[in-house]
Design a protein around this ligand. Structure first.
Ligand SMILES: CC(=O)SCCNC(=O)CCNC(=O)[C@H](O)C(C)(C)COP(=O)(O)OP(=O)(O)OC[C@H]1O[C@@H](n2cnc3c(N)ncnc32)[C@H](O)[C@@H]1OP(=O)(O)O
Length: 551
């Protein structure tokens, strides 16, 4: 167990926070010149220091040093330059958690370009939308995901990583062969802190996902989170199980640890509790990060499975959904591991945490305290700051949060930024001790297994099916996944509701949109509740479902 008395006091860290100290920890300077490859790899080379442990689905462990990643990403950078990728251009990756993914990201940053993740569970619809706004110059993928791009209009150039026996699709670049022929020498292109290095996306309620531009200055916040909230030290064996197709994985499974010069871990297989315990045991993982759904699945495996690794985990960090007190107690009893809830968003990263690297009281059920460098407030509808025990929307005080970096969605309006605040859309209240208690979303965004799912996207995918006239999609409570996606469907006159049709609609969304956002429940209805102006009232459907599940 961590001896928290040896940690810096939270109050002191807040009082002593100076952005100049954070900047001094970087190799570059956001004002004069910075490069994310240099921060996350180049500056850590020369000592053969370990950067990545990659475990294949079959259990084979391969290790890569920062020097290995420097060589491989140099080749990527050389190839990108040969392909005409310039600083500020977007390069997309639709790859599983493999060393090649890391080198693609580092190589993209090395030439001053912007990395856009495409989660491998996405279908063609989700991919097409993201590529359409980012205007990516190149997408790098593998044969398992390549077929989706055939259904994408106006797709960019494609580079495919072939396995043995794979045939290169006509017109594609053979990524491995091109890298073998490319020079590892590639001088990093220095950029300003306001220049972008990632293009993320986030789910909306009234439209398709919006682009979230991430400037290089966000490295300051990512590093601070790893130190203060994860409490990462050079003695740790760190594993963040989140997929780098999403913010938590890209920011804190790749960027954050590598920036601190500390090795990260990838498991290339699909998540399951058994392999997770095996890897913790085999590698001696001391610091684990992931979502509550993953932790609930570890619990469901039972105390005997946990006994094998009891006492190994020094700290466990949880993000993506509120952490249940029951999970906290179970981790304490069966793993002897303190598990702490952290709160953040794709916009701005993690902002409120039960810090592992700072000492403060930790209450089960609390989201924690604002990370030093952020001033978080609770606002009423008129934008007034509220005191303790008054529910309102959690917001960032922009002027007094030197670590904040989100300036608005990519080429889209950002009503969440107004009056000097960024409103997160989450309803919370402050406790008298200054910690934050999470209440719920203020809008219709669904949180399922740590993923944020926009109902509009799922509804649009459903409506593409010939049987569907209208659809409304909401999140309904679920003990395992926090919420699951439920669709209420009004059928076209020629169709009759059946279990087979419900399954067909679910599979349609899974294939077209994304494997993680399909409706796990489909109910056929004759009409949907609407306002007089015709807007679907999802909240009424959600309320009825909550009541039904209670009773
Ligand atoms: C600031 C922030 O960003 S906060 C946090 C961001 N969120 C996250 O990181 C997400 C965290 N969640 C997870 O990692 C996972 O949900 C886990 C590990 C908890 C549980 O994983 P699983 O139960 O295996 O399934 P998961 O939720 O990933 O996927 C749902 C479905 O999509 C499928 N799927 C998932 N990934 C893929 C993929 N890459 N390719 C194809 N299908 C996939 C799964 O097989 C599953 O299908 P099923 O319902 O038919 O079984």
């Amino acid at each position: 167990m961590t001896d928290t008395s040896a940690l810096p006091r939270y109050e002191d860290a807040v009082a002593q926070f100076r952005i100049e100290d954070e900047i001094a920890r970087l190799h570059g300077d956001p004002a004069t010149g910075i490069n994310a490859y240099v921060e996350c790899c180049g500056r850590h080379t020369g000592e053969n220091r370990l950067a990545l442990r990659a475990i294949s689905a079959g259990g084979e462990l391969r290790e890569y040093s920062f020097d290995d990643l420097a060589d491989m990403s140099g080749r990527v950078g050389t190839l990108l330059k040969e392909l005409g990728v310039r600083p500020g251009d977007v390069v997309a990756g639709m790859l599983p958690r493999t060393p090649e993914l890391v080198t693609l990201i580092l190589g993209t940053w090395r030439v001053g370009a912007v990395y856009q993740p495409l989660f491998t569970a996405f279908g063609p619809k989700a991919v097409e939308h993201r590529l359409s706004y980012s205007k990516a110059r190149l997408v790098v993928t593998n044969p398992a995901n390549r077929g989706k791009l055939d259904e994408v209009e106006n797709r960019p150039r494609i580079a495919t990583i072939l396995g043995s026996g794979d045939v290169l699709p006509a017109g594609d670049i053979d990524f491995r062969a091109a890298l073998a022929a490319a020079s590892p020498d590639c001088a990093p292109v220095m950029r300003k802190g306001s220049d972008l290095f990632m293009m993320m996306s986030t789910s909306g309620t009234t439209g398709h996902p919006k682009g979230v531009p991430v400037p290089l200055s966000a490295l300051l916040a990512f590093g601070a989170y790893m130190r203060d909230a994860i409490g990462l030290t050079s003695d740790d064996i760190f594993w963040n199980i989140a997929d780098p197709g999403w913010a938590y994985g890209l920011y804190y499974a790749i960027t954050g640890p590598l920036q601190l010069g500390i090795a990260t871990t990838f498991y290339e297989g699909a998540f399951n509790a058994r392999s997770t315990y095996e890897i913790i045991d085999r590698l001696g993982v001391t610091s684990l990060a992931g979502s509550p759904t993953a932790y609930r699945l570890l619990m469901a495996e039972g105390p005997e499975a946990a006994a094998r690794v009891k006492g190994k985990l020094r700290v466990v960090s949880s993000a993506g959904e509120p952490l249940n007190p029951e999970v906290i107690r179970w981790f304490d009893a069966h793993l002897a591991a303190p598990i702490h809830d952290h709160y953040g968003q794709t916009e701005n990263g993690m902002m409120v945490n039960n810090h592992h690297g700072l000492s403060h009281t930790v209450r089960a059920g609390s989201a924690g305290f604002a990370m030093p460098g952020y001033r978080m407030v609770v606002l009423d509808e008129a934008g007034n700051e509220l005191g303790p025990n008054q529910p309102g929307v959690l917001a960032v005080d922009l002027k007094n949060s030197p670590l904040r970096w989100f300036d608005g969605y990519f080429q889209a309006q950002t009503p969440a930024i107004a009056g000097g605040y960024y409103r997160t859309g989450d309803t919370v209240e402050y406790e008298p001790d200054g910690s934050v208690s999470f209440i719920g979303r203020a809008d219709d965004v669904i949180t399922s297994a740590g993923y944020r799912i926009g109902p509009f996207d799922v509804e649009s995918a459903l409506i593409e099916h010939p049987a569907v006239n209208e659809a409304a999609v909401v999140g309904v409570p679920d003990p395992q996944r926090t919420e699951i996606v439920k669709a209420f469907v009004v059928l076209a006159p020629a169709f009759k509701g059946s279990e087979a049709l419900a399954e067909e609609l679910a599979q349609h969304v899974k294939k077209r949109l994304s494997a993680h956002s399909y409706p796990r429940e489909v109910e056929f209805v004759s009409e949907l509740p609407k306002t007089p102006s015709g807007k679907i009232q999802r909240f009424l459907l959600r309320k009825a479902e909550v009541e039904k599940r209670k009773g």
